[in-house]
Design a protein around this ligand. Structure first.
Ligand SMILES: Nc1ncnc2c1ncn2[C@@H]1O[C@H](COP(=O)(O)OP(=O)(O)O)[C@@H](O)[C@H]1O
Ligand SMILES: [Mg+2]
Length: 250
């Protein structure tokens, strides 16, 4: 059965798009058919990590949500961009980065049910084994939908009081929605922190497993969203940590 994985955080800049791209690329490299959908319509960005330029995007998720085209027409095969061999495949459904398109979707909104139907037909039409949903931060009706339909919710937090409080709220919501599997991950842990002690503290506080702890990495900053970290630096400890988290999703 196909698996849907939502990557979420209460606050922005936490690492959702990075996690989504790295986890999706890792799973695809294991020989799976993987889809990624950028549901962060107010501030899309994951296409940068996959080196898909706005000029190369014709139809986007926006066109699907406006009833202008089937969702499959907004899916771009970006397997070559992340150096996949024959076995795995990766498709990206980007959101439009055109100012007019963003303004229109923010002003008029869209039918959340249509988004849900889109997930289904994407999985079916592209014969996906895994669908990763990159999300907008915070709680909204879109978040509720993606949490409710996901088999796995990856919740990212930074060691920061604002994140701690927001994550507790999000976890409450996720439990009320009967989320099937929740994986907490910690990102941007600074070098003075003891990562193992941090992991244990977060697990004790929230009563959920921490699937991975990622340091604040100068190498990620340097890559500056121009590519997928795991693909560029497969031997790096950060890439190994992504592989660990991916195993818990599979
Ligand atoms: N562990 C990390 N160390 C350093 N920089 C990171 C790390 N994770 C993500 N970043 C950077 O932080 C910024 C925000 O990440 P992004 O994945 O776009 O967050 P979100 O999608 O949650 O808004 C990006 O510039 C990204 O390269
Ligand atoms: Mg993002």
């Amino acid at each position: 059965m196909p698996k849907v994985i939502s990557i979420h955080s209460y606050r922005g800049g936490t690492g959702k798009s990075n996690f989504t791209a790295n986890l999706a690329a890792t799973v695809a490299a294991l020989g799976h058919r993987v889809g990624v959908i950028d549901t962060d319509v107010p501030s899309p960005g994951i296409h940068n990590l996959f080196c898909l330029e706005p000029e190369q995007m014709g139809i986007t998720l926006n066109n699907y949500l406006w009833g202008e085209s089937p969702i499959q027409d907004a899916a771009y095969d970006i397997s070559a961009n992340i150096g996949l061999d024959e076995s795995g495949r990766l498709f990206l459904v980007p959101s439009s980065v055109k100012a007019d398109d963003i303004a229109r979707i923010l002003k008029d909104g869209y039918d959340v049910k249509l988004m849900n139907d889109g997930f289904r037909s994407l999985v079916k039409g592209l014969e996906l084994e895994y669908l990763f949903i990159d999300t907008h931060p915070g709680l909204s009706k879109e978040t509720f939908l993606s949490i409710a339909i996901s088999h796995v919710l990856v919740l990212i937090l930074r060691p920061d009081k604002q994140d701690y409080q927001g994550t507790a709220v999000t976890m409450d919501v996720a439990r009320q929605l009967n989320v099937r599997k929740m994986l907490l991950t910690i990102n941007k842990a600074h070098s003075k922190l003891n990562l193992e002690a941090l992991k244990q503290k977060v697990e004790a506080t929230y009563g959920e497993t921490v699937a991975g702890v990622f340091p604040l990495s100068e190498d990620i900053v340097q890559l500056a969203s121009e590519g997928v970290f795991c693909v560029k630096y497969p031997e790096h400890p950060v890439s190994q940590e992504f592989r660990n988290v991916a195993q818990q999703i599979l």
